[in-house]
Design a binder for this molecule. Structure first.
Ligand code: S3P
Length: 435
């Protein structure tokens, strides 16, 4: 169990390049493995979560070659060559597939496995084993898969087969659920439809379209037509706004900071944080806007700003779902009160992020009221240094490290190994911005 101590040393200045997007890295490996022929994935995120997906497909007989040979230092600009074997080319894994901490691996893979003729078992670490899977079990069972679970929780045993298309009204706005159904829909004769209560991230739709899949999007309804084969792809993974988020907020909160955060994905289904911070009075400029492999990307120029508290509802939160913890840190330092509601999903992430952030920011003397679906946070000028914990949740760990950076004294964060599930070089990148 690792402990990191952090203390303010001066303004953050300079230029960083955002690490590759986690969601897109998972999908690039999955869809390339299911395509017919060789795909090239550049700038893959070599963090624990997407590596779980990569290992899972290797276990199912897919040849995946990395060049240059991976090392901890060469996470960027690497090239992965995947020899896809088609939608029906996977082979039964010899062992249970361990998805580690990764909900995306388990839920998206469930959709793929629902279409396979062989049975497969999926498990994960203690956090993943306490995350709800009924949300994918219900629709995939309706399509014809047989899925055993521990009362709706992992481990899962999935026996796929001939699937029939469904029209499914999902009770949750979740890209993981939507993607699982779309992936199972590829194996159906006919059109499968998912209707969400709110618009979740659309990386699956964008990437599958580039593989030749017919996908129709009408407001909150996404339809996919079953297909015989996917075209291989050549993709460069853009930077992950969810990782850039920690530096955006750090740059806004630490006085006299000025940071250029290059190559950051700004997909509108993900960019809620930028809109929220804009409403709070942040000085963030989008420069060099462009499209990289079908995804919008920009360089973000961030300058220290005095933020003010606002009300944030479910539409904005859905577009900033993974940024909730760092947003709480921004709110804790803003002038006035920030009220976040419509964030119930945060209770079932890698930790209960509503409870985790309330408990940890209270240690820094922040006045917080916990709601069932959010938090009311009273901002204050000075955060008290504290002994924080991560709950084994990477985004809580990084958020509390940034909170610590703005406090007057030394803050410690315990149990920080989890940072490597999404952002292995986090502390080095932060260090590079301090003179
Ligand atoms: C993800 C979707 C989101 C997000 C997660 C990654 C994805 O989860 O929180 O970190 O890659 O599809 P939900 O779909 O459960 O909201």
């Amino acid at each position: 169990m690792n402990r990191i101590s952090i203390k303010y040393k001066g303004p953050l200045r300079g230029e960083i390049t955002t690490p590759p997007d986690k969601s897109i890295s998972h999908r690039a490996i999955m869809f390339s493995s299911l395509a017919e022929g060789q795909s090239i994935v550049r700038n893959f995120l070599r963090a624990e979560d997407p590596l779980r997906t990569l290992e899972a497909f290797k276990q199912m007989g897919i040849e995946i070659n990395e060049s240059p040979q991976p090392s901890a230092l060469s996470s960027r600009n690497n090239e992965i060559i995947i020899s896809g074997k088609g939608l029906n080319g996977l082979t039964q894994p010899k062992n249970i597939i361990d998805c580690g901490n990764s909900g995306t691996t388990m839920r998206l893979l469930s959709g793929v496995l629902a279409g396979q003729l062989f049975p497969t078992s999926l498990t994960g670490d203690s956090s993943l084993r306490s995350r709800p899977m009924k949300r994918v079990i219900t629709p995939l069972t309706e399509m014809g898969a047989v899925i055993e679970s521990e009362n709706g929780y992992p481990p899962l045993r999935i026996k796929g087969g001939k699937l029939t298309p469904i029209s499914y009204k999902s009770p949750v706005a979740s890209a993981q659920v939507k993607s699982a159904i779309i992936l199972a829909g590829l194996y159906c004769d006919g059109v499968t439809m998912v209707i969400e209560p709110g618009k979740s991230r659309d990386h699956t739709e964008r990437m599958l379209k580039s593989c030749g899949v017919e996908i129709d999007i009408k407001d909150l309804a996404v339809s996919v037509k079953g297909i015989a084969s996917l075209k291989p792809m050549e993709i460069t993974v853009p930077g992950d706004l969810s990782s850039a988020a920690f530096f955006i907020v750090a740059g806004l909160l630490v006085p006299q900071s000025e940071i250029l955060i290059k190559n950051t994905g700004i997909n509108p289904t993900r960019s809620g944080l930028i809109d929220i911070l804009d409403l709070m009075g942040a000085d963030i400029k989008l420069e060099n806007e462009r499209i990289v492999s079908g995804e919008p990307v920009a360089d973000l120029y961030v300058k220290y700003s005095q933020l003010k508290g606002i009300d944030i509802g479910c539409d904005l939160i859905l577009r900033a779902i993974d940024e909730f913890p760092i947003l709480c840190v921004a709110a804790a330092k803003a002038e006035g009160t920030t009220r976040i509601t419509g964030a119930k999903e945060l209770r079932v992430k890698e930790s209960d992020r509503i409870a985790s952030m309330a408990a940890e920011l209270r240690k820094m003397d922040v006045n917080i009221e916990e709601l069932e679906d959010g938090l009311i946070i009273e901002g204050r000028e000075d955060l008290k240094p504290a002994a924080a914990i991560s709950y084994g949740d990477h985004r809580i760990a990084m958020s509390m490290l940034i909170a610590g950076l703005t406090a007057a004294g030394v803050t410690t964060v315990d149990d920080t190994d989890c940072v490597s599930t999404s952002f292995p070089g986090f502390m080095d990148m932060l260090g590079s911005l301090v003179a």
